[in-house]
Ligand binder design. Structure first.
Ligand SMILES: Cc1ncc(COP(=O)(O)O)c(C=O)c1O
Length: 400
């Protein structure tokens, strides 16, 4: 349509939202569908956080707030970075936005000029390249491989950097692969970045707290303090605190960047919801013990899903360190034929087959830039996961 902006022509709608909607539509038609496509915890927001929101409403905190967040929340964010990551940020170096997604969008809009490149690590979260394109930049890609458990190798990062690179987006634990970088693995990447002083680092630490088997999380500016002046450290309450619907994300970085992001926010959404901000103060300052309890469930589910998928014919599923996703390869199903006589040529064909034949919704790897794979979210009950994996095994066994 000629009326629409050129920038929009380059932007694809979110594949994860599309498949989740398709699964919802099929369910509404009465089909028996299990959706493993959504990226949110199935646990409810803890009560103390809900109570803090209700108290804020009762106190009348229902008006505009300062654009970049209420002082109590910016201070809580600064304290969180000190407490959990050993990073020194003043409250003025932090910003609170309407979800982590909005933080990234603000950062890109505030910094990208036409021709600027942003390196996305494949498989990447579906929104990174699309947001880069919407903000007028050029997404570029650094590949990872199953043989390295989807972890970016220093030489592949080095190869992806050009004189036009403005940002590299790192994401550990990763959506969609669940891969998380150890201190030593991340240090190899920060060593490369030390050699390229024109490249800024956007580290998306959204899944920081969702790690298993004693994995110790660390973030680039903590590992290499000399990168502090060109790192934006992003986090949020959506995943660890089960608050996806509250829409609060935050970041810390150099004050000039934070101010520029605030300027963008001031002319778009203004402040994030006052009530959600009050709830987030409680999330960051209040008890944290439920996170370990949730992680016990997530770990048991991960182990169940990995072992059942590895029993399915044609699939191969590594064990990721974190997040609530696994990213199996379906290479062994490519070229096979379904009982309905359709040939599986791509991972998209494979996920359509799973949905149509067995009512299991997962997302094709091509949406995340690395095929033939698919993403399974295990943020749902053990019973549903067991049922879904049995159905996947059945679908795989029926391929000839
Ligand atoms: C890697 C990653 N970063 C950021 C976000 C955005 O989170 P929010 O819901 O806070 O916008 C998501 C959500 O799925 C994500 O997976």
């Amino acid at each position: 349509m000629a009326f629409l902006a050129d920038a929009l022509k380059r932007v694809k709608p979110s594949a994860t939202i599309t498949i989740t909607q398709k699964a919802r539509d099929l369910k509404a038609q009465g089909k028996d569908v299990i959706s493993l496509s959504v990226g949110e915890p199935d646990f409810d927001t803890p009560d103390n956080i809900k109570e803090a929101a209700i108290a804020a409403i009762k106190r009348g905190e229902t008006k505009y707030t300062p654009v970049s967040g209420i002082p109590q929340l910016r201070e809580a964010v600064a304290r969180k970075f000190k407490r959990e990551n050993g990073l020194d940020y003043k409250a003025s170096q932090t910003i609170v936005s309407t979800g982590g997604k909005h933080v990234i969008y603000n950062a890109l809009l505030a910094t990208l000029n036409p021709g600027d490149e942003v390196i996305c690590v494949s498989p990447y979260w579906v929104s990174y390249p699309e947001m880069v394109a919407l903000c007028g930049g050029t997404p570029t890609f650094a590949e990872t491989y199953l043989k390295n458990d989807f972890k970016l190798q220093p030489e592949d990062l080095e190869k992806a950097i050009t004189p036009k690179t403005k940002w590299v987006i790192l994401n550990s634990p990763s959506n969609p692969s669940g891969a998380a970088y150890s201190h030593a693995e991340m240090k190899k990447l920060t060593d490369v970045l030390m050699r390229h002083p024109h490249v800024w680092i956007l580290t998306d630490d959204m899944y920081e707290h969702l790690v298993y088997d004693g994995f110790e999380f660390s973030t680039p500016a903590e590992i290499e303090p000399r990168l502090y002046d060109r790192t934006l450290t992003l986090n949020g309450v959506s995943k660890a605190y089960c608050m996806t619907g509250w829409r609060i994300g935050y970041a810390a970085g150099p004050v000039e960047l934070i101010k520029a992001m605030g300027a963008v926010q001031s002319q778009s959404t203004s402040n994030p919801s006052s009530i959600s901000q009050a709830a987030s103060v409680e999330a960051l300052n209040g008890p944290q013990d439920f996170i370990a309890r949730h992680n016990e469930s997530f770990k048991a589910r991960r182990d169940l899903v990995v072992s059942m998928l590895n029993e399915a014919k044609g699939l191969r599923c590594p064990v990721p360190e974190g997040a609530f996703y696994v990213y199996p390869s379906c290479a062994g199903t490519i070229g096979k034929t379904t009982p309905q006589g359709k040939r599986i040529a791509t991972d998209e064909d494979f996920v359509s087959y799973l949905l149509e034949s067995e009512g299991v919704a997962v997302v094709q790897g091509s949406a995340f830039g690395l095929a033939p794979h698919f993403r399974v979210s295990y943020a749902t009950s053990t019973e549903l996961l067991r049922d879904a994996c049995k159905r996947i095994q059945k679908a795989c066994a029926a391929l000839k």
